[in-house]
Design a protein around this ligand. Structure first.
Ligand code: HQG
Length: 180
């Protein structure tokens, strides 16, 4: 049995946060060389992968986290990075309202300071409440913030839509957060 999930978690770590974990580098646009990635994963204890498996992981990923370039010699994560790369995100006009799921323990700080990217390059926002609930649950008891993204956009804040449909922005000031 191929352990796709376990390998996918390692790939997310490599392509978003720690390429050096398998001795590879990302270029300025976040691309990793596919052969180097496969070789790096195969050198990691407890993991093995070939091109076919990598293609299956990319194709079946539940959030479509990764993209190949046209000839499949390069691969990158579509969003979620902590390493400073420019994945050529598209600026876009957001819907009137977006959602952010977080842990209850962060609520008072977020109400005071606004939503910050923390270790990532952007604040991650979801277009539906269900997704936000899942994201929030990763941080303990979940709490959902409504984000007045339309108002923010009209006030000049920039929004980006990743290849896999995640809305991103640099910072959400507290006045644009709501509980409804
Ligand atoms: C919180 C997953 C205190 C923020 C998901 C969050 C997402 C503050 C945490 C993606 C704060 C950072 C990202 C403040 C923000 N004070 N806490 N001022 N501002 N925070 O993991 O959004 O499955 O970096 O609320 O689907 O949870 O990995 O971000 O709770 O799209 O592909 O600081 O990761 O995608 O946590 O998750 P994270 P996130 P994947």
């Amino acid at each position: 049995m191929k352990d796709l999930k376990k390998t996918s978690v390692l790939i997310a770590l490599i392509l978003r946060h720690k390429p050096e974990a398998v001795g590879i580098t990302l270029d300025e646009h976040g691309w990793a060389n596919v052969s180097e990635l496969i070789a790096g994963i195969n050198k990691t204890e407890g993991y093995s992968i070939d091109m076919e498996t990598l293609e299956e992981i990319v194709r079946t990923d539940n959030k479509q986290r990764y993209s190949f370039n046209e000839d499949k010699t390069l691969i990158r994560a579509n969003q979620g990075h902590s390493v400073n790369v420019d994945v050529e995100l598209k600026e876009a006009e957001p819907p009137e309202q977006l959602f952010h799921g977080t842990g209850e323990k962060f609520v008072s700080s977020i109400c005071k300071e606004g939503l910050k990217p923390k270790s990532r390059l952007y604040v991650h926002l979801s277009k539906d409440k269900e997704t936000a609930e899942k994201v929030g649950a990763r941080h303990g008891k979940p709490h959902i913030f409504f984000v007045h993204s339309g108002k923010m956009f009209r006030a000049g804040y920039k929004f980006y839509l990743s290849e896999n449909g995640v809305w991103l922005t640099k910072f959400v000031p507290p006045e644009f957060l709501g509980e409804r």
